[in-house]
Structures are given as C-alpha cells and as structure tokens.
Write a protein that binds this ligand. Structure first.
Ligand SMILES: [Zn+2]
Ligand SMILES: [Zn+2]
Length: 539
C-alpha cells in the first residue's frame, strides 16, 4: 500500500509538469535554510552580535608573511608588539594598525622588511571594497582592487559581523558536520556576501562558519583570490569568549591560517592575536582619503622596455622586472612576477621586441608568490617553466595545476591543456646548474647557496653579455647615490656566490631596482663580505 501511494505521488508530480512542480518546491521551506535561521538567531542571542555596530580591539601576538616561505611549509613570522583593529559595520570600513618586531622568530624567509629591524608600523584600511595603506610618512596609497576585496571580506569574518551578515542572507544554510576524532557534531552555516562593486567573480564571496553546541562561532573558513594558489583558503579560529558588557560576549583570541592546501605540506599560520581590550560600539568610520578616492585603480600592467644588449631587454615599469632574452628560434623570459595582468603586458612587449618568436622558456628565480604569480600565463601560452628542483612538487601539483579557479580564473584555468595531448612540457627543474643555449645565445642558471631568504634561489647569468639577473639580494647602488648604511646579509651571500661560481659579471640587472655596474656592487659589498664571511641572516 505504501509502495502504491509512492507510485501515485510520482505520477501526479510528473503530470503537474516542471513549472508547477517548481512552484510547489518553492513553497516548501528549505530545511537547511530554516535550520540556519534558527541557529543564527540562537547564536545572535548567545553572543549579542546584533548589538554591535562597531568595535575596537587591541592586543599582541604574532603574524606570518604569506607567500614568503624559505622552503615549503609554514610562513616566516614576526611578533606583533601591538595589534589594533577598528571595525565600523555601518560604513563598511575598518582599520588594522600593528607593529611588527622580529622577536625570537627564525630569520629565514622573505616579506616586506623581513627580518624586521627594530619596530615597523603598518596601517591598513578598507572602505566598501576600496583598500589603502598609510606609510610611516603618513602618505596614503591605494592597494590592488583584488586585495581590496579580500580586505573588505575580513570585516565579515569576525563572529559578530558573520552572524549579522548570515542573518541578512536568506539563502544561508546550515548542515551538521561530525568530527570523528573529537566525537562531536558542529553546525556549519554557509552564506554569500557582496564585498565590492565590480564585475564578478571577486565581489561575491562564500563564507562558512562552524558553531558549537553552545551556539558560539568557533571557526570561519573562506577564500581569498590569489594568483599563485587560485582560491586561497583562509581559516580563522575564534576562542576565549568573554563578557564585555551589555550581554555581549566577544572572542579574545583569534588564530588564523592562510593558504593551507591538501597538496602543500603542513599548516600555514597567518596570525595569532590575544585581545586584552575590546570596546563595543566605540569604533569609528574610516573615510577614504581624497587622493585614494581619485586615484585610478592600481594596475600591474605598466611596462617600460630597457635594452641591456643586443637581444637582451629588461621589461621594467613596475615593482618587479623581467628580462627577455632572444634566441635564434624562440625567446626566454626570466621572471614572471605578480599576476596575469602583469604577464599579459610583459608578453605583449616581448612580442613587440622580438616578433614572430614563441616564448619557449619562463625562468623563475624563487618560490615567493610576488615572483611567480604571473607564471601560469606563460605556461598557458605554451612556455616551459624552469625552476630549482625543490619547487617541483609545489609547481606541478599546485602552481601549474590546470584546475578551475573560481575567484581568479586565468588563461591556464580557462584554456587548460588536454592532459594527454601535446604541449605537456610545462615544467623543467634543475639542481645546481642548467644551461639554455643555441650555440650563439646562452643563459646559465645557478642556485644560490647559503641564503636565508629562500632555499631555492636561482640567478641567471648571460656569459656573452656578462649580465647577471638576480632577485631579492640587492644590487649596485643607484648612480651617484652613496652606498647603503647597512649591507644586508643577502647581499653578502649573493656576493660570495658570484665568487664561488667565478662569474665574470659586468652588469647587474636585478628584478627590483635599476641595472648597474658590478664594479659598484663590488665596491660596496666586497669590504662587508670580507669582514663578515660567516654571517647569517634573512632579508
Ligand atoms: Zn623573495
Ligand atoms: Zn622581491
């Protein structure tokens, strides 16, 4: 009888036709959405989230440098002598001001100002998807719109704003998740939030959160847009909830990861802050400075070609340069920094300089994301990426993987190579040394030994032109300027490697900064290297 009834319902549903069936389905409330609404209302009551219009919190802890690892694994780290957050939900604006000190953290890896000398202050702001930084001289400068959207998303990753934003999304849905190792079940709420006003996909973000049996939000997981990783996972663990008055409970600790990936070893610790003081509804709106408001969107596509020798052109114009080298039948490009926008502009310039020659090789100096974010674009065009062998698994499984990327689709994700088709020499790795030559033109690649910045650093030497291309280890001082007060350990290690490899260098063409004569580099670094032959350090 039961079976018969089922049959009859099946037939009647068919007879209704798809339009009527859909209408009926819409009248049925989605149980996961109903569950989310109930859970979020309970969570709101438990925490007092809706009471919050703004807050300030301050504390201490530590922070990593994403994408700047010495080797595969965790991020380089500095201590946070102070960390202050000011969030104003009504104006959708926030500031993060913090002071980094090196503390006892290992000196290995990279990142702006790493290792930290003394105290370094950072001031970061966002207002409605527009992000900017203020430097120590008080000058405001906009950040890349892509990073501005990520920064705006951070406003909704705090439990108070998460709960408010999830309650505002009628499609927010809750499901159960069982943690076997802990023998407990959490409720996972997922919703979407708009973080900017531009064409998709970066402006609508998916955010998920895990609530415990007391209806407190313990963990938030979302994604940032990253040229190297694609959808970069971000995880914030909120804990140490304490009463701050007016029936509001605020978490006094956040532990965050960024860039964790099943195919990359270990956790990638982003930050850990313990808040000692939290003030509710005491935050202030962050107004966009006039020069930021009127500035054109930050772009990485400015290029300026600078001929270094016949068949050798530096493509400058931004923060990170590339060097294009012409061979008889093809071109090799040293470094593909930043992102696809940069690569498209550099590739266009290379094609102008050397028409009708394919880019056969793209050479990566080291694993830091700012130096390899544009690599995929070259590979999509058919170039083979060359890097030091320690990067092989990371490049093969992650950097060059042709999987879809939802937040930052690029040419390699949207026009993937057929896995069994031709054109599969995407990656070539080497140890110690590697030479590209057609008998007339030659590039020698060498690994740098004893460097604390990265364990996989490549320098590219052009023996015919006596030009050396290097990244993040300094170079000759600008013409007419006095030598720097401090010669970094990177520079000394670089200098010692040039000696070890017996490279006959005349001209440096660093990835950062202007080309210059090796004689100047020798003059400023030589004496320091002689004084400190065994010195170690990052940079
Ligand atoms: Zn670096
Ligand atoms: Zn760099």
């Amino acid at each position: 009888m039961k079976h018969q009834l089922g049959m009859m319902l099946g037939i009647s549903a068919l007879m209704m036709g798809p339009a009527m069936a859909q209408q009926q389905a819409q009248q049925q409330p989605n149980p996961n959405q109903v569950a989310a609404k109930a859970l979020l209302q309970a969570a709101d009551k438990a925490m007092g989230a809706s009471y919050l219009k703004s807050w300030t919190s301050s504390g201490t802890g530590w922070m990593g440098y994403p994408g700047q690892q010495f080797a595969e694994g965790d991020l380089p780290r500095s201590d946070l002598k102070s960390f202050a957050e000011n969030v104003d939900l009504g104006s959708k604006s926030a500031s993060w001001q913090y002071t980094r000190v090196q503390g006892n953290n290992p000196l290995r890896g990279g990142g702006a100002g790493f290792p930290v000398q003394g105290e370094v202050n950072f001031k970061e702001f966002v207002n409605n998807g527009l992000g900017w930084n203020v430097n120590p001289q008080g000058q405001a400068a906009p950040i890349n719109p892509r990073d501005g959207a990520d920064r705006q998303l951070r406003l909704s990753l705090h439990p108070a704003s998460f709960i408010q934003a999830a309650l505002a999304d009628n499609n927010a849905a809750a499901t159960d998740r069982y943690f076997g190792r802990q023998n407990r079940t959490v409720k996972v709420v997922a919703f979407t939030i708009k973080v900017c006003d531009r064409p998709q996909p970066q402006c609508t973000r998916r955010v998920t959160g895990e609530f415990n049996s007391d209806n407190m939000l313990e963990r938030v997981v979302t994604w940032f847009a990253d040229p190297v990783l694609g959808d970069k996972m971000v995880e914030l663990r909120w804990s140490d909830y304490k009463d701050v008055g007016n029936s509001v409970k605020m978490p006094h600790r956040v532990h965050a990861h960024i860039g964790d990936h099943p195919l990359i070893q270990g956790g990638h610790n982003w930050m850990d802050v313990r808040f000692s003081e939290i003030k509710v509804n005491a935050g202030t709106a962050q107004a966009v400075p006039d020069n930021v408001r009127s500035a054109p969107p930050v772009t990485t596509s400015n290029v300026a070609a600078n001929k270094l020798a016949d068949g050798v052109v530096q493509i400058a114009g931004g923060s990170h340069h590339s060097v294009a080298v012409e061979f008889k039948d093809y071109v090799a490009v040293i470094e593909a920094p930043l992102d696809q926008q940069r690569s498209l502009a550099v590739i266009a310039e290379v094609k102008k300089q050397f028409p009708n020659k394919p880019i056969r090789y793209v050479i990566n100096t080291h694993n830091h994301f700012d130096h390899l974010g544009g690599l995929r674009t070259y590979v999509a065009e058919g170039a083979t990426a060359i890097t030091e062998d320690k990067n092989r698994e990371f490049f093969k499984n992650v950097v060059l993987a042709p999987q879809p990327r939802t937040l930052l689709p690029d040419r390699l994700s949207q026009r993937p190579f057929a896995p069994t088709g031709p054109g599969q020499l995407m990656l070539q790795t080497y140890t110690d040394s590697y030479t590209i030559s057609d008998g007339n033109q030659t590039i020698e690649l060498h690994t740098v030994q004893g460097l604390n910045h990265s364990d996989n650093m490549t320098i590219a030497y052009l023996p015919k032109q006596k030009i050396l291309v290097s990244a993040d280890m300094g170079g000759p001082p600008a013409a007419g300027s006095p030598p720097p007060a401090n010669i970094s350990n990177n520079m000394i290690v670089f200098y010692n490697n040039i000696k070890r490899l017996k490279l006959d260098v005349v001209t440096h063409a660093p990835i950062h900064g202007a080309p210059g004569p090796h004689a100047e580099f020798e003059r400023i670094v030589g004496p320091a290297a002689a004084r400190a032959p065994q010195q170690q350090g990052g940079g």
